[in-house]
Design a protein around this ligand. Sequence first.
Ligand code: C2E
Ligand code: CA
Ligand code: CA
Ligand code: CA
Length: 277
Amino acid sequence: KRAGRGQYRFFDQSLNSNSDIEEFHLEQAFADALRERQFVLHYQPQVCLDSMEIVGYETLVRWQHPDYGLLFPDRFIPMAERSGFVVPLGMEVIRLACEQLVEWQQQGLKAHPLAVNVSPIQLSEPGFCDRVRAEMERHGLAQDMLELEVTETAVLDEQAMENLNCLNDAGIRLSLDDFGTGYSGLAHLESVPVGKLKIDRSLISRICNSHDDSPVVSSTIILAKRMNLKVVAEGVETPEQLVHLKVAGCDIAQGYHLSRPIPAADVPHFHATFNRL
Ligand code: C2E
Ligand code: CA
Ligand code: CA
Ligand code: CA
């Protein structure tokens, strides 16, 4: 490793994360990564269970690190949230998603919305909604080409609610992510203006066969329908889970059984092949 890079010691378990010096290096590393465009998006298809066609993609950020290789979000999002870096990183992700949408449109691909993950910290930033809208306008994109996946941590503060209502009024789609994990639950469902609910993988993984062996999942789907919400199941890994979800009335599925997240370059071919089957 080059000498300067040796300072990025943030994967070292022995690291004392309270040290000012280490925080400084971490901020440097994040800033360098942003400037050098080391963040890339991978795309996981979302498949409509009626038509079995791809109807959208979730974008998942990766850090193409010059020394550590491709890093998954679990390795850096928690630190980015603690340091506040998740705010500029989140805007970079939205910018990358917008750029990609424009590129695919120019290639003549049928337009499908992209779902982008948003941290609660971003939502609590004043002006977040305006920045997202401005980014979409700058790219000449219709507002409904973007969907924001929000996870409720504790209670959403006033600023977060203001942003959510502003985004919703602007026509940007909102979905409640990680439903059923304890972070996202019933309590807030009525007060948050979401149009979709994503059932967390931890619930889907309990479906073992095509019988109704997961009353929580089927009840969640019924509840969502009662509230006029679309339901997405994430982490679908087996054909049995897919059948169960379809029978239970789930609208959209996502998971390794359908496709892993793939790089942008693979999307056009994958999309055409999948939807022709
Ligand atoms: P998530 O929002 O729950 O995203 C789904 C995660 O499950 C992704 O992991 C995805 O690759 C993985 N996954 C999808 N299908 C399957 C499956 O069938 N089986 C299994 N075992 N896993 C599956 P990934 O890409 O590592 O992302 C992890 C988390 O990082 C995401 O969880 C999300 O909360 C966060 N994240 C990803 N991208 C962003 C981003 O741009 N901004 C923010 N703030 N958070 C992000
Ligand atoms: Ca998500
Ligand atoms: Ca999430
Ligand atoms: Ca999840």
